[in-house]
Design a protein around this ligand. Structure first.
Ligand SMILES: O=C(O)CCC(=O)C1=CC=C[C@@H](O)[C@@H]1C(=O)O
Ligand SMILES: [Mg+2]
Length: 324
């Protein structure tokens, strides 16, 4: 006997969260609950403004239609559903079936979008591999180069993940590289998407010896996973990519050609983030996932994130906008 519910959530964000051109005041999304006999599964559907092509409203409408099919016992075609819906529904089905292992990788790459000094403290306290993620491309390329140098000098063995979100022209990318001393370039695990054009990013990696990672490019039409000189990793954001099966397939393809696959957040609530930590532990063992986004919120949802002291909103307190 199957039943399903769709909850609507809105969580307040920290005041400084900017996505590309807009401030994100609240995070809006949906939580799917699937029940079959004694078993329950949850999934989160939360298109990320400026990154997802669909809006939360569109995702909610499609989710309701697909949930009605599921309750009626009809087959789902999640591969043609919009990415956030495909991810949330497939994750709900997977947890319902008990197929997502419980253990999570909660060791995150601390994210620095503000004061670099805060990150130095976090890294000094970090045990094991010291990996951090720094946003670049927002200020002068020269400043970004100096910040990278500073971290690499201050923290022995650090592996930086930098992210330019395609903000640099090839010239600016070169200016950045010029400020990172050649002997420090190995301290950059990878730089995500330096240039608008992937071919320019690839040329940059090959000319400078700074490895790059694909993030936005993974979602471009016609993207194929392949090993190329200068490419170290691919970043997988399931909410933007699609079903869990599609994410697992991409991860397997990356691993098969020797690329690192990094599971990363699209600023899901703590519920979705916990599931991503479990997906990461299972499918990308030994790789620190890019999940340090709880700090951008002012509240958690139902499942607390380890060590996070933000108040937790319960699922039971949310409006159920659809059920069957
Ligand atoms: O990848 C991580 O470590 C954290 C997530 C993260 O950096 C991002 C998530 C969603 C949108 C962007 O702001 C940003 C990214 O571009 O990778
Ligand atoms: Mg990125």
């Amino acid at each position: 006997m199957r039943s399903a519910k769709l909850y609507q959530y809105q969580l307040p964000m920290d005041s400084g969260v900017i996505l590309r051109t807009q401030r994100l005041v609240n995070r809006d999304g949906w939580i799917v609950e699937l029940k079959d006999g004694e078993c329950t599964g949850y999934g989160e559907i939360a298109p990320l403004p400026e990154f997802s092509h669909e809006t939360a409203e569109q995702a909610g409408e499609q989710a309701k239609a697909l949930l009605a099919q599921w309750v009626a016992g009809e087959a789902w075609d999640l591969e043609s559903a919009i990415p956030s819906v495909a991810f949330g529904l497939s994750m709900a089905a997977m947890t319902l079936a008990g197929e997502l292992p419980e253990d999570g990788n909660y060791q995150v790459a601390p994210l620095c979008a503000g004061d670099p000094d805060d990150l130095v403290i976090a890294l000094n306290e970090m045990e094991g591999e010291k990996v951090a993620k720094i946003k670049v491309g927002m200020y002068e390329a020269v400043r970004d180069g100096m910040v990278a140098n500073m971290f690499i000098e201050a923290i022995p063995g650090v592996r930086l993940r930098l992210d330019a979100n395609r903000q640099w022209t090839p010239l600016k990318a070169q200016q950045f590289a010029k400020y990172v001393k050649p002997e420090h370039r190995g301290g950059i695990a990878f730089l995500e998407e330096p240039c608008m054009n992937p071919a320019d990013s690839l040329a940059f990696a090959q000319e400078t010896g700074i490895s790059i990672a694909w993030d936005e490019t993974v979602r471009d039409e016609g993207f194929e996973v392949k090993a190329e000189p200068g490419v170290a990793a691919i970043v997988i954001k399931p909410t933007l990519v699609g079903s869990v099966a599609r994410c697992i397939d991409l991860i397997a393809q990356a691993q098969a050609v020797g690329l690192v696959a990094v599971v990363s957040s699209s600023m899901e609530s703590s519920l979705g983030l916990n599931q991503l930590a479990r997906l990461a532990a299972w499918q990308t063992p030994g790789v620190i996932p890019g999940l340090d986004t709880m700090q951008l919120f002012m509240a958690q949802l139902e499942m607390p994130w380890p060590g996070c002291e933000l108040p937790v909103t319960s699922l039971a307190s949310l409006p159920v906008v659809w059920q069957a």
